[in-house]
Design a protein around this ligand. Structure first.
Ligand SMILES: Nc1ncnc2c1ncn2[C@@H]1O[C@H](COP(=O)(O)OP(=O)(O)OP(=O)(O)O)[C@@H](O)[C@H]1O
Length: 507
């Protein structure tokens, strides 16, 4: 095979090699340029850092110089202050010396003044005595006029009471009010056919004005006939317990003035006697009104009565409560207890006194201090009261309930004493009119005298709880100073007044 080398190929090869070298040189140059740029950057960074460090160093140097200056200033100021303090100390010690000499001087002056005042007071004593006498005279004159004012005030109060009681008497000692209750669910007659609606009741009594009611008298086969009835006051179905109580409240004032008071509820079964006298606890729970809004006359009267007593001098009045029930013509003491102290039914005898009053023998009287005690006793004893459902009222009370509050006053007012004398005079007249010869009559007369006193006064101071009204034994007439003044508030909730059998009631 011929060996020959093409020159072009050699040149081409060399060119290729040179090109290759050139390329690698160029790449190297590029690398070096990049490195150079990076180094430039680093150099710039280092230069920047160096500049910043230099600046910091300059600032720190300046700061150090400033601090050195400040220290120099503070040191010179401290030195100045120290010298000032020394000066102030010097001044203070001088001042203290002056104060000491001044206070001794003042003490001497005070002593001298005191001596002078004593001397002056001795010389003025005579003049002052006259002045004091003048002042004393003015004070006594003022006291006298005050006493006169008090007397006038007492007289006015007395006059007010007399007027009040005259007004009560003028309005009538016996007053009849009528209360019409609203129609209630149990008034609707249940249907005789099972599944059908109950027959709705008609309103047969309606209030015409505050003193007249109209009654529709409906009789089968007869034309409707309206009857009008007039009363002292008529309370409509919408009238509240408070409104009813407001009408009887003035009577309580008379009670403390020596008048006996009796408030009695009368009406057929379910007509609202117990609601009016005691109140309805069930209604109270559902009414959403303020507590006590559904309370009847008895709790409200007890509260008002004790409020009135609280305005009198302490311990001037004592109150006792008795509760009795009249059922099947028998009088039962609801406060009676057996030997173990448990509530026990006790029948009581009733005597008629010579002046026609009825008196219950051996009735229990329990002392009470406030209205809540009265209500506690009542809620306890009312469970013993005879109840029996009627056709119209499932919780019908079948007895008469008589709650009596007996008030004994140790300091009767002038009006009460006048009433007492009046009563005693009447008593004497009564005695003079009677034949008093037989021993039986004499005994009856003693009881009669005692019971007529019993309304207004009776018990002796030594045994206030055993007043003759509580015991059938006769006792000597007490003296005016010894006597306790007694009055009674009787609150009566009668049994239903309807005919037995008509309303399904049994006694
Ligand atoms: N004015 C009234 N407003 C609302 N409810 C009343 C009113 N009067 C009575 N009631 C209600 O009527 C019902 C019967 O009333 P209450 O028990 O007072 O009758 P009563 O006359 O005492 O009956 P009874 O002689 O049979 O004992 C009670 O549920 C009571 O709450």
């Amino acid at each position: 095979m011929p060996l020959f080398i093409n020159r072009d190929q050699i040149f081409a090869h060399q060119v290729h090699l040179l090109e290759h070298k050139l390329r690698s040189k160029e790449e190297r140059i590029l690398e070096l340029e990049t490195e150079n740029a990076i180094l430039h950057l680093r150099l710039a960074e280092c230069l920047g850092k160096l500049r910043r460090d230099h600046e910091k160093e300059t600032k720190a140097l300046q700061h150090h110089l400033q601090q050195r200056n400040a220290q120099k200033i503070t040191r010179s100021a401290l030195a100045k202050l120290l010298s000032e303090v020394q000066a102030v100390k010097q001044d203070l010690s001088e001042l203290f010396a002056v104060y000491l000499s001044f206070s001794t001087e003042l003490e001497e002056q005070r002593k001298q003044l005191l001596d002078k005042v004593q001397q002056a007071s001795c010389s003025l004593k005579g003049d002052r005595g006259e002045e004091a006498q003048d002042l004393q005279a003015v004070v006594s004159a003022l006291e006298r006029s005050l006493e006169e004012e008090r007397e006038r005030c007492r007289a006015e109060r007395q006059r007010r009471k007399e007027l009040h009681n005259t007004l009560v008497e003028l309005r009538g000692n016996i007053r009849v009010h009528c209360r019409v209750r609203p129609v209630l669910p149990f008034d609707h007659v249940p249907s005789s056919t099972p599944g059908s609606w109950p027959a709705l009741s008609e309103e047969v009594v309606s209030t015409v004005s505050d003193d007249t009611v109209m009654v529709n008298c409906i009789k089968p086969g007869m034309p409707v006939h309206n009857k009008m009835y007039e009363f002292e006051r008529v309370h409509g179905p919408e009238e509240s317990q408070d409104a009813v109580f407001e009408e009887v409240k003035p009577l309580l004032t008379s009670l403390l003035d020596g008048y006996n008071v009796c408030i009695m509820a009368y009406g057929q079964t379910g007509s609202g006697k117990t609601h009016t006298m005691m109140g309805s606890q069930l209604l109270e729970e559902h009414s959403g009104r303020q507590p006590g809004a559904q309370q009847g006359i008895i709790p409200k009267a007890a509260a008002e009565f004790f409020r009135m007593i609280s305005e009198k001098p302490a311990d001037s009045h004592t109150v006792e409560v008795s509760v009795m029930e009249v059922y099947n013509n028998e009088v039962l003491d609801l406060l009676a207890k057996d030997a173990q102290g448990n509530p026990a039914e006790q029948r009581c005898d009733v005597i008629t006194t010579s002046n026609g009053a009825s008196q219950v023998i051996a009735l229990k009287y329990q002392p009470v201090r406030d209205a809540s005690e009265v209500m506690q006793i009542l809620s306890r004893v009312l469970k013993l009261r005879a109840h029996c459902p009627t056709l119209v009222h499932p919780d019908s009370s079948r007895s008469h309930l008589i709650v009596t509050l007996t008030i004994s006053s140790k300091s009767p007012n002038a009006l009460a004493l006048a009433r007492r004398l009046q009563s005693a005079k009447k008593d004497m007249q009564l005695a003079a009119q009677k034949e008093w010869w037989s021993p039986r009559c004499r005994r009856a007369n003693l009881v009669a005298r005692k019971s007529s006193e019993d309304h207004l006064f009776a018990s002796t101071a030594s045994s206030p709880s055993r007043s003759p009204s509580h015991s059938p034994c006769p006792s000597p007439r007490p003296s005016v100073s010894q006597a306790l003044f007694k009055t009674k508030l009787q609150l009566v909730d009668l049994a239903g007044s309807e005919s037995v059998g008509e309303r399904g009631s049994r006694m």
